[in-house]
Design a protein around this ligand. Structure first.
Ligand SMILES: C[S@@+](CC[C@H](N)C(=O)[O-])C[C@H]1O[C@@H](n2cnc3c(N)ncnc32)[C@H](O)[C@@H]1O
Length: 314
């Protein structure tokens, strides 16, 4: 048995397509797949962003969503402090670290054999150790250099110069740990790609997604510096309707009009979220980067200029 393939199969962070190829080479896969598995595999094999992620050593194709939104709005700058909520397996955190941390430092640390990442799994036994390293680092860190803190329920393999916290972001003590890790630094960018495990019930999934979004916004309000940026994933409960209808412009127009009217009449959590974003930020944009699959219900709110919003949306 090929040892490197066997190692890949047991690796907790193996990229899905490589995992599939290794399992197939080792004869570990069933002969017949369900049609949805076949569809998933075909999509992965043909997806240009999966290939690009492999060649550019990103852990997930989702990295390109942040790359594309940032290319358009340029909010990840050298020296910025970034908090990445829902970061596993780490695609966005890799992109953020590349952009905000001085390359020289990453190279030096890699050459020195130290990958520079620090981890905390949120367990009590590890808390004091991780806190010590955070405090120690804050006293010696170059305050002009960038900083990235990545939080997720799932473990994240170390990323150079990224502080990793494995915990539930909805918990108060997790957010307190993040603020402790920040030391005295204010945050330039809070981003959230957090997504619940989808149940298939669109309204329930939408509600859970909104809860994650609101929690990220509450946190952003406490830590963002004036002029800061907030980027947040939202799953749109009406998106399935749009993707089910024929792509003909007329049907799409009718679907969007119906959705707009129903949202106007009923209000809705997304509308409320949008209003509170407008009241806090100068610019609020809804983004659907090319790397986000057309049929996916996700979209992103990009908010620029924290503290410069209108008190009330016109
Ligand atoms: C789409 S993935 C993020 C992908 C990531 N941006 C990347 O590029 O690698 C969504 C993540 O949100 C995380 N998540 C969901 N609820 C969470 C919570 N309450 N606290 C922390 N992470 C959460 C999930 O564990 C999952 O890893």
């Amino acid at each position: 048995m090929d040892r490197s393939l066997a190692r890949l199969v047991h690796h907790p962070f193996a990229p899905p397509l490589q995992l599939y190829q290794a399992e197939r080479a080792l004869g570990l896969l069933p002969r017949h797949y369900s049609s949805s598995s076949k569809q998933w595999l075909t999509r992965q094999r043909n997806d240009p962003f999966v290939k690009a992620a492999q060649s550019q050593h990103y852990r997930a194709r989702s990295a390109f969503k942040l790359v594309q939104v940032n290319e358009k709005h340029k909010f990840l700058r050298r020296g910025a402090v970034v908090v990445d909520c829902g970061a596993a397996p780490g695609g966005w955190a890799q992109v953020a670290a590349e952009k905000v941390i001085k390359r020289r430092r990453i190279v030096e640390e890699l050459e020195g054999g130290d990958n520079g990442s620090r981890g905390s799994n949120g367990n009590d036994s590890n808390k004091s150790a991780s806190r010590e390293s955070v405090d120690k680092d804050n006293s010696t860190t170059d305050l002009r250099d960038g900083m990235v803190i990545a939080i997720d329920l799932l473990p994240i393999e170390p990323i150079p110069n990224v502080t990793i916290i494995q915990a539930d972001f909805l918990e108060h003590k997790t957010q307190a740990n993040v603020r402790r890790a920040l030391g005295n630094r204010q945050v330039d960018v809070v981003c959230s790609d957090m997504a619940p495990l989808f149940s298939g019930n669109h309204s329930a999934d939408h509600a859970r997604s909104m809860e994650l979004c609101e929690s990220a916004l509450d946190f952003a309000e406490k830590v963002l510096k004036p002029g800061g940026t907030f980027l947040c994933k939202v799953s749109q409960c009406h998106q399935p309707l749009i993707s089910l209808l024929p792509s003909c412009q007329f049907y799409q127009f009718i679907a969007r009009l119906t959705i707009a009217i129903s949202q106007f009449l009923m209000g809705g959590t997304e509308q409320e979220l949008k209003q509170s974003l407008h009241s806090r930020f100068r610019i609020v944009r809804h983004e659907k980067p090319e790397a986000s699959r057309k049929k996916s219900t996700e979209g992103f709110f990009l908010c620029l200029g924290f503290g410069e919003g209108k008190a009330r949306v016109a």
